[in-house]
Ligand binder design. Structure first.
Ligand code: NAI
Ligand code: MG
Length: 362
């Protein structure tokens, strides 16, 4: 009997449903090619949740996610729902609760520079040419964004703004394991980012990451201070394979790494919980400016589905096949409007035509 996986499909609003449709067609092709079954249950989230069930994250959606092996998420948000109280809006009312409910503590954002798209980057051809990819792994539920004490104390000019950066040994251990396991499946290098010359939380971070590294003798570990890492990322990004960061350093460095690629519509992401459960979504938003026109770039959504196969289902070969198919489609010159540079050999196509081309390449 074919292996079966349960997927909660949450297309959301804006371009979400349009790009999701293409990712699902790619999963159809993977089912045929690899004799697996993806049991998909669709659920409302974000604006679609508000419009259809009165809530950004309806209980039925949470139940469907709980009964699944992974969540494939589209995108949410837009001017239509901006007048609602903040906690009821699509992003705050759905995305943040999902992260919390499912303990999604590890955020993986690969910055993929495809050989045929290097012209879209702000870096010089000789720095990024040939194509490569860097995977930023960001701790998502600890560190300075969440630690106590936090807040503004006192009054008037005596006020003091306080944030605390705190990491426990288990928190560092589990994110380090994610990084080493990911590196094992790719370039076998982890660069751990900290500020151990100044911050105590970083001293502990460095010690624990070094200890965990002993369990992964096949993976090479290096350490880098965050200020140097920010510089090295634009100086010579190819030196990196997996970059492991605490929450705030990862927030900043993942945005910097993303811009190496030059386009938001290309970037997938994964948010992982303990075990194999994860949520997979494009790094970009719902793009209300182009929603409903069938012209959005579905590549980020398709690559997010690939990450789901890689990290939640252990289907490394199929995930590689999706990544390679996307590279082929770009080599063939297929471009949605956001990555179209009016160069010879480029073909301006719509959302569905990219899906068709990826399936053909598979
Ligand atoms: P955005 O990412 O939706 O759009 C920024 C620009 O990139 C727009 O010009 C858009 O057309 C373009 N773009 C994004 N994805 C694209 C794609 N796949 N193909 C072609 N072009 C693409 O960010 P923006 O405008 O700041 O936010 C719009 C809405 O999305 C807001 O309501 C925001 O809160 C929400 N949002 C949701 C996220 C999520 O669902 N995870 C993440 C970021 C923003
Ligand atoms: Mg950010």
């Amino acid at each position: 009997m074919a292996q079966a996986y349960k997927i909660a499909v949450l297309p959301g609003d804006g371009i979400g449903p349009e790009v999701m449709a293409e990712a699902l067609r790619v999963l159809d092709a993977i089912e045929k090619k690899y004799q697996v079954t993806f049991e998909r249950t669709h659920a409302n989230v974000g604006g679609a949740g508000i419009d259809n069930e009165g809530k950004a994250l309806p209980e039925t959606t949470v139940s469907i996610c709980r009964a699944s092996d992974a969540i494939l998420f589209g995108s949410v948000g837009g001017p239509k729902w901006e007048t609602l109280p903040p906690d009821e809006q699509p992003e705050r009312g759905a995305l943040l609760p999902l992260r919390k409910i499912f303990g999604l503590y590890a955020n993986l954002r690969p910055a993929i520079i495809f050989p045929s798209l290097t012209g879209a980057s702000s870096l010089k051809e000789e720095v990024i040419g040939g194509g490569f990819n860097v995977l930023v792994i960001r701790e998502l539920t600890g560190g300075i964004y969440f630690s106590q004490p936090k807040g503004i104390e006192g009054s008037g000019r005596d006020r003091i703004g306080v944030d605390t950066m705190r990491y426990s040994v288990p928190e560092i251990e589990r994110i380090a394991h994610v990084a080493f396991q990911a590196a094992r499946k790719r370039g076998k290098k982890v660069c751990s980012i900290d500020k151990a010359n100044v911050l105590s939380s970083s001293v502990l971070w460095r010690e624990i990451v070094t200890t965990i590294a002993k369990e992964y003798p096949d993976v090479e570990l290096s350490h880098m201070y965050v200020d140097n890492a920010a510089m090295q990322l634009v100086r010579w990004p190819k030196q990196f394979d997996v970059i492991l960061c605490e929450n705030m350093f990862g927030d900043i460095l993942s945005d910097e790494a993303a811009m190496l690629t030059g386009s938001l519509g290309m970037l997938p992401s994964a948010s992982l919980a303990e075990g194999s459960f994860g949520m997979y979504e494009p790094s970009g938003g719902s793009a209300p400016d182009i929603a409903g026109q069938g012209i959005a770039n579905p590549i980020a959504q398709i690559l997010s589905a690939g990450m789901m196969l890689r990290f939640s289902f252990g289907m490394v070969e199929a995930a590689d096949a999706i990544d390679n198919a996307v590279a082929t489609v770009l080599d063939q010159g297929f471009r949605t409007r956001d990555i179209y540079q009016k160069k010879a050999g480029e073909k301006l196509v719509n959302t569905k035509e990219i899906g068709d081309a990826v399936i053909a390449a598979l």
